[in-house]
Design a binder for this molecule. Structure first.
Ligand code: AHR
Length: 503
């Protein structure tokens, strides 16, 4: 059995977890909206046409914030099409995904749905085909109290109170040549800066996210962020990052090491933010919004064969297997290890489209990746500790020396809980981990949850929705301030410790 050592000290911290780290994303794409969260006429829908079964699974995840309405979709979107009487809303050709958008669901419905889900809205403005004027009008519609054209229009549409949306994305993936209205860094930087200035004049309480790179491997990475932030430093609060991975070569060991790339990406973007801050003698730290991240590749082939101009077809419907859940767990660990800089994270996406939740006309179920996301959202709150890991490594084809163990500890001072998240990437052997808990007297193990399956390719389906689900293990124990735990080969682990009351 391999062995690893971990050290945590209550005083050596990385930073506070922003609860928005566990956000998600709903785009007008495939069956995310139509058939996913909204299906009027279905026996599973409530009085607003919202799927009750989906809402229940989303509520269990306690998703703090959800990005909307895209994604690539937003770069051709006219938000006015999706508000007001439904029978007057136009259908449009959505060029991003080559489908027909009926606009029967829009921002007011999304705001209502988010309220029911217990989430906040993170809204994106269209900087592909539109600009300053339309972004200002949308913000006025959403957040202005009343007495102006667009705030009064909102009232006429039945929303007397403003939606009060605080976090706004200045476009989507504007660095990508696939984007409607794709721009050079200089073109985007000017537009984002001017749009952001006007938006903050209208509502100084909002926070703005500038588009960063749509992946760590884009040819413009680095120069893009530097150019954009050089222009927008005073206007924006976050820069975005998007990152997806896939096991296209069926090399699972290599695939499971992909979060090493995410780690380097985050470190690089944070360094660029700090370079600009320093260059400008600024006081403000620009934080990171990893507002699209996930595994995405299973559905690529099927999507290429899709007929154009359908209505909410099965698009980007990745069926996630067990190894995908392990990587999602490792990506969450990486994000937590950078909790001082990554303040917003949006698992892309939430329902049906590269999603932890799937639906059919007859029900909704949890994909494998649901569980690491759920566990972090429930237990990953408080202060991230600088978790020192000494573990054996293996050679990953793309990434070099990859540790078999990913691990991070989060201390919640309020609840006096210490939670350890860990992935054992060894595909054959279990691992004996000793974790030295410095300055955690009287902490003992409350629960050890394990996600493990002998088959890396095992999936959950509507007929077999619980094939992959967490189980309790009982052997982890603390003795003399050292937690000893055996981690199953290929497993996601959550070890929850609590402090015993003083006698
Ligand atoms: O999440 C799916 C797509 O991935 C989004 O629309 C786009 O922003 C990204 O390329």
């Amino acid at each position: 059995m391999k062995k690893a050592q971990v050290i945590v000290d209550r005083d050596y911290t990385v930073g506070e977890v922003d609860k928005r780290l566990y956000g998600s994303f709903i785009e007008h794409l495939g069956r995310a909206v139509y058939g996913g969260i909204y299906q009027p006429g279905s026996p599973l829908a409530d009085e607003d046409g919202f799927r009750r079964d989906t809402l229940e699974l989303v509520r269990q995840l306690r998703v703090p914030i959800i990005r909307y309405p895209g994604g690539n979709f937003v770069s051709g979107y006219r938000w006015e099409d999706g508000v007001g009487p439904r029978d007057e809303r136009p259908a449009r050709a959505d060029l991003a995904w080559q489908v027909i958008e009926t606009n029967q669901f829009g921002l007011n419905e999304f705001s209502d749905w988010c309220r029911k889900a217990g989430s906040q809205v993170m809204m994106a403005v269209n900087l592909g085909t539109r600009g300053v004027e339309d972004a200002k009008n949308l913000l006025e519609y959403c957040n202005f109290p009343g007495g102006t054209k667009y705030s009064d229009l909102r009232k006429r549409h039945g929303y007397a109170q403003p939606h009060g949306i605080r976090t706004w994305c200045l476009g989507n993936e504007m660095d990508g040549p696939w984007q409607i209205g794709h721009k050079t860094a200089e073109e985007y930087a000017r537009l984002a800066h001017e749009t952001g200035r006007v938006m903050k004049w209208l509502d100084p309480d909002i926070e703005l996210v500038a588009c960063g790179s749509s992946g760590s491997a884009t040819p413009t990475f680095g120069d893009w962020e530097a150019t954009v932030l050089d222009e927008c430093y005073d206007t924006v609060d976050y820069v975005s990052m998007h990152q997806y991975y896939g096991n296209r070569d069926n090399d699972s060991a290599n695939f499971l090491a992909s979060n090493m790339d995410l780690d380097r990406f985050i470190t690089g973007v944070a360094a660029i933010c700090d370079y600009i801050k320093s260059k400008k003698h600024g006081r403000k730290t620009i934080h990171l919004s990893l507002d699209e991240w996930n595994v995405w590749y299973h559905s690529n082939e099927a999507d290429e064969k899709l007929e154009k101009w359908g209505r909410h077809p099965h698009q980007l419907e990745d069926i996630y297997n067990f190894e995908d859940a392990l990587l999602v767990g490792s990506m969450l660990i990486t994000m937590l290890r950078h909790a001082d800089r990554v303040k917003i994270g949006c698992l892309a996406q939430l329902v049906n489209v590269i999603a932890p939740i799937m639906t059919s006309d007859t029900g909704a179920w949890r994909q494998t990746i649901y569980y690491p996301y759920l566990h972090c959202s429930l237990f990953g709150h408080g202060t991230v500790l600088n978790t020192v890991v000494k573990a054996p490594v293996y050679e990953a084809k793309q990434y070099g020396d990859a540790p078999y163990l990913d691990c991070v500890a989060v201390h919640n001072e309020q609840t006096e809980e210490l939670t350890v998240f860990a992935v054992n990437k060894d595909l054959e052997e279990d691992m004996l981990v000793t974790l030295e808990l410095r300055q955690f007297p009287r902490y003992s193990v409350k629960e050890h949850l394990v996600l493990h399956d002998p088959d890396l390719k095992a999936v959950n389906t509507e007929r077999d929705p619980d094939r992959i689900q967490p189980r309790r293990a009982s052997a982890a124990a603390v003795s003399d301030g050292v937690l000893t735990v055996e981690l199953k080969n290929k497993s996601w682990n959550v070890i929850r410790l609590g402090r015993a009351a003083e006698r």
